[in-house]
Design a binder for this molecule. Structure first.
Ligand code: XMP
Length: 521
């Protein structure tokens, strides 16, 4: 967790919602420092320091009526600190102050129309003509509101969708203002921060950078070395630049050629980083070991764990030869964590093990440095921009640590990797040539473990199917498929079928996230 470098902060108490970090993101975007803490940690706290200017209670997957549901003692919060409860937090507040929540098995999920009932500081500028569209995700709802609380807005399914206790400065919403689907959601946070908590905007990219640099300088002592796992993706590239700025003499950057990279990638990374980091940049060729260990492995989670373990073994072997290496620095992002394990110890459900997180062995010999583990990719890109990181590196689409291994469902071999590299190169080259690469958040090809019959010239073919995936997104947490012009997708598909040996059919994936994930495994 980032330590407070600011004289004012907002605390978010996490009850395990998948979107809690979006609250932090909204607040940081508004230029205010915040910390995310687990509700159990809150329960152990005796007092808050003076810099705490507001508290937000997140959503969560449990029912507040469940005996084992996460709870906190709200009266521990100093009377002059404003509180905002969201979804689960809304119901907790209501229960705590004497209201009643009604149990329901039926979920209200998705968009809802909200009607303004009363003016409030919280909703200043939020409604248009007393109406707004918001995003709901709940089953239970508040049935009786506590004394002294007023209803600010209602929807047809949630009579008490926004509540206010004006004197005590407690506000709560049944909907999620932090998600992008809530129209104008940022206004709720803006009003809470600047009109109710009365904080100032003072948390800038430069402050974030100096905060991280100070922490790294503080942790790394004189001769200790930091091994930076550099994949050449946006996150690890920005991280390497940051470490270079903080502790240049202690830095060793290692790029592992897994053989699962995109075509020409290793050569390109070598060219860029050899130039910048000179002798502190190493390339390790580990193609054979990855291929050997992944042979006949089809299960996606097994693949990810194996890859994570090989990475760590390689790094540990490297440290045997370089005795002073004490730290492993990784560009792990918040979404990598939230989908791999419960981040702040809250009951978030697990989606998939990201290789740089879930794959870590229990007994790690190196200490971890992961300064981006509370950030989203676009925040890291902004930091990279402030650090003058090469535009080519900053604007690249994300590429997962396990590489092409998770874009070949089923077992992997050299031949399949080569087919996929060729198809992917054509796809990406075409997006760039058509000037649409920059409109897409992430695009790639997937080689399916299915062969189908085709006809080319006068001959029958029996080859693999290639799926193309292109999505738009803000942070990778949710995504929509990219709506190609018919001509573009059909010409790209033709090129792949005509030029890539081993593929005779192309399909386009039109699944959004959720319900799909961006990668296929
Ligand atoms: P999903 O597939 O979970 O992916 O919707 C969200 C974003 O994360 C990337 N991704 C990974 N990145 N290690 C990484 O560094 C991983 O193991 C990993 N798995 C997925 C994915 O490419 C997308 O941008």
């Amino acid at each position: 967790m980032l330590m407070s470098q600011s004289d004012q902060k907002v605390i978010i108490i996490d009850f395990g919602s998948q979107v809690t970090q979006l609250i932090a993101r909204q607040i940081r975007e508004l230029g205010v420092y915040c910390e995310l803490i687990n509700y159990k940690f809150f329960n152990k706290l005796n007092k808050f320091d003076k810099s705490v200017k507001g508290i937000i209670l997140s959503g969560g997957p449990k029912s507040t009526l469940n005996k084992s549901a996460p709870k906190i003692n709200i009266s521990k919060i100093n009377q002059n600190i404003p509180i905002l409860g969201i979804c689960y937090g809304h119901q907790l507040i209501s229960n705590f102050f004497g209201g009643k929540t009604k149990f329901s098995k039926k979920k209200e999920f998705g968009n809802a129309t909200l009607f303004e009932k009363k003016k409030s500081l919280l909703t200043n500028g939020f409604f248009k003509n007393k109406i707004n569209t918001v995003w709901m995700s709940h089953s239970d709802s508040v049935d009786i509101i506590p004394r002294k609380f007023k209803v600010i807005a209602s929807s047809s399914n949630s009579k008490f969708a926004i509540l206010e206790h004006k004197e005590r400065k407690i506000y709560s919403t049944q909907f999620h203002p932090e998600v992008f689907h809530t129209n104008n959601g940022k206004k709720i946070f803006f009003n809470f921060l600047f009109k109710i908590c009365n904080v100032r905007k003072n948390w800038t990219d430069n402050k974030k950078i100096s905060n991280i640099i100070n922490k790294i300088k503080f942790s790394v002592k004189n001769n200790e070395k930091v091994l930076c796992a550099l994949s050449g993706g946006v996150d690890s590239s920005v991280l390497a630049h940051l470490l270079f700025k903080a502790i240049k003499r202690n830095l060793i950057c290692v790029y592992v050629d897994t053989g699962l990279m995109r075509m020409g990638e290793t050569e390109e990374i070598n060219r860029i980083f050899k130039n910048k980091f000179k002798k502190s940049f190493y390339i390790i060729n580990a193609k054979n070991i990855f291929l050997k260990k992944l042979k006949n492995i089809s299960d996606p989670e097994k693949k990810r764990k194996i890859i994570g373990n090989i990475f760590i073994k390689i790094f540990e072997n490297f440290t045997k030869k370089n005795k002073n290496i004490k730290f492993l620095a990784q560009g792990t992002l918040y979404p990598d964590l939230i989908e791999s394990k419960s981040f702040s110890g809250s009951p978030t459900s697990i989606i998939k093990s990201h290789h740089n997180v879930g794959g870590l062995p229990k007994k790690m010999k190196l200490k971890l440095i992961e300064p981006f583990n509370e950030m989203f990719k676009d925040e890291v890109r902004k930091i990279g921009k402030s650090l003058n990181v090469d535009q080519y590196l900053l604007n690249r689409h994300p590429f997962p640590g396990p590489g092409l291994a998770i874009r070949i469902p089923g077992s992997i071999d050299k031949k399949k990797i080569n087919i996929l590299q060729n198809a992917d190169k054509i796809f990406i080259d075409e997006l760039k040539a058509r000037n649409i690469y920059k409109n897409i958040w992430q695009a790639f090809a997937v080689l399916l473990p299915v062969k189908t019959v085709g006809v080319m010239g006068d001959s029958r073919t029996y080859d693999y199917v290639c799926a193309l995936r292109a999505v738009t997104s803000i942070d990778g947490m949710t995504a929509d498929y990219y709506n190609f012009k018919h001509k573009d997708i059909s010409e790209i598909s033709n090129r792949i079928i005509n030029e890539v040996n081993g593929i005779n059919r192309v399909v386009y994936d039109i699944t959004s996230k959720p319900p799909g994930t961006i990668e296929w495994e």
